[in-house]
Design a protein around this ligand. Structure first.
Ligand code: COA
Length: 388
């Protein structure tokens, strides 16, 4: 029985910053951001969007009545959780009207959380082939004004419906994993901004990728010849390019041409959204599927997931016939095109704005946010989620 991705929904907030203008404001050559880092635009989350609302907004794009009745597990991968105890998945379950006889919980391991959810979903569907699992990766990447990480911020969520007989990507059962306790990126409990040892995190990413890629090849006897395209966790688009470059050094001209061509198709969305942490690998996959040519059914796609701290995993899947019919290409394109650009002054002025942490009440104006699900404020330390 094939199990894998049946539907993919993507949500990013309605405002963004232009990277050239950010570079100018920081007195940096814009080419460093657009070429050196590989980013053109950076999504900004207004206070009315958090990891829960973005996850619900991504999921609402794909769920129909049949799905709502068949989903019995809701898994939220995030490193932008809004409560130390209650999982965001319970709110997502409620906001998307999924039937009650379900499990809902959150998974955390930096940017790896959604991949953990997919692997858990695979096991669940193996045992319950008539059920479906909703896996969402949803995050706000925030490093701070004038920091080295600033050009690699972003916000968004990718929702994946996992089922038997999937119509987009059947996931292969074999994958290769690697865990090692390192401090390349983390976020202390008191802070909404990440700490990062940027250069070390880049080295660790490549090292983990090469390890799991080698292990995967040994386990499966597959090589680059077997892959139509490789997808990567993308904190910024140059990162995946470096990882791909590391395996292309000894590749044939044919493999190099094919994998590099598909890499360009796969980074279209990430370039104009920025880092979405847990959703970044799946945004990379979505961009390949929606922005690239239609690939033959059975084409194998490789996926490298990396969560700082750190866990790496390489796994793969095969494309299903007519998968393009399952995609929301037009809707996603409209959402991206309809975004409003913030001036650097607007971006800076709102950067430190946050919900109160002393139990006081704050109301937010949901009319300024086109998202169907939004945060209307906080009262008695309880977030007020609303659906239009
Ligand atoms: N034109 C073109 N490229 C330029 C340039 C210019 N004018 N100026 C610099 N560059 C290139 C550099 O050569 C470098 O390329 P390379 O990585 O291929 O060597 C790239 O731009 C970045 O420059 P660098 O000086 O290394 O940038 P930095 O010290 O500001 O740090 C990050 C960049 C990515 C490390 C930093 O943004 C960061 O810490 N981000 C968050 C961490 C992260 O996302 N880690 C990923 C692991 S999950």
């Amino acid at each position: 029985m094939d199990i894998g991705i049946d539907k993919i929904g993507f949500y990013t907030p309605h405002i963004h910053v232009d990277m050239k203008k950010l570079a100018e404001a920081r007195k940096i050559d814009p080419a460093k951001y657009t070429i050196g880092i590989g980013q053109d635009k950076m999504a900004i989350a207004p206070l009315t969007q958090d990891a829960v609302t973005m996850a619900a907004n991504a999921a609402l794009k794909i769920l129909d009545e049949e799905d709502r009745n068949a989903v019995d597990m809701v898994l939220l991968g995030t490193e932008s959780g809004v409560d130390h105890s209650k999982s965001g998945a319970v709110w997502v379950h409620h906001l998307t009207d999924i039937q009650s006889q379900a499990r809902a919980f959150e998974l955390k391991q930096a940017c790896y959380g959604a991949t953990a959810g997919i692997q858990m979903a695979m096991g669940h569907i193996t045992m319950n082939p008539d059920r479906k699992v909703l896996v969402v990766g949803s995050d706000i990447a925030k490093y701070g004004l004038n920091t080295g990480g600033e050009p690699t911020q972003g916000a968004g969520a990718v929702a994946l419906l996992i089922s038997a007989n999937p119509r987009i990507l059947a996931i292969d059962p074999t994958s290769a994993m690697y865990t090692s306790d390192i401090m390349d990126f983390w976020r202390p409990l008191y802070s909404d901004k990440a700490k990062v040892d940027g250069k070390f995190s880049n080295q660790a990413y490549i090292e983990f990728f090469l390890r799991v890629w080698k292990d995967y090849q040994e386990k499966t006897n597959r090589s680059l010849d077997d892959f139509e395209a490789l997808c990567f966790h993308l904190p910024y688009t140059k990162m995946g390019r470096k990882a791909l470059g590391a395996v292309l050094e000894s590749a044939t001209a044919e493999n190099k041409e094919r994998l590099e061509r598909h890499y360009e198709e796969s980074i279209v969305y990430n370039r104009i959204v920025g880092n979405v942490y847990t959703g970044a690998l799946y945004l990379n996959l979505l961009s390949l599927l929606e922005q690239g040519e239609e690939l033959p059914a059975g084409s194998r796609i490789g996926l490298f997931s990396y969560g700082s701290g750190a866990v790496g995993e390489f796994f793969s899947g095969t494309l299903q016939p007519n998968y393009k019919k399952q995609l929301l290409t037009t809707e996603h394109g409209k959402m991206l095109n309809d975004r409003r650009e913030l001036s650097i002054e607007e971006y800076e002025a709102s950067f430190e704005d946050a919900l109160p942490i002393d139990g006081s009440t704050r109301e937010l104006d949901g009319q300024t946010d086109p998202g169907p699900v939004y945060l209307a404020g906080i009262a008695d330390d309880i977030r007020q989620y609303m659906k239009k």
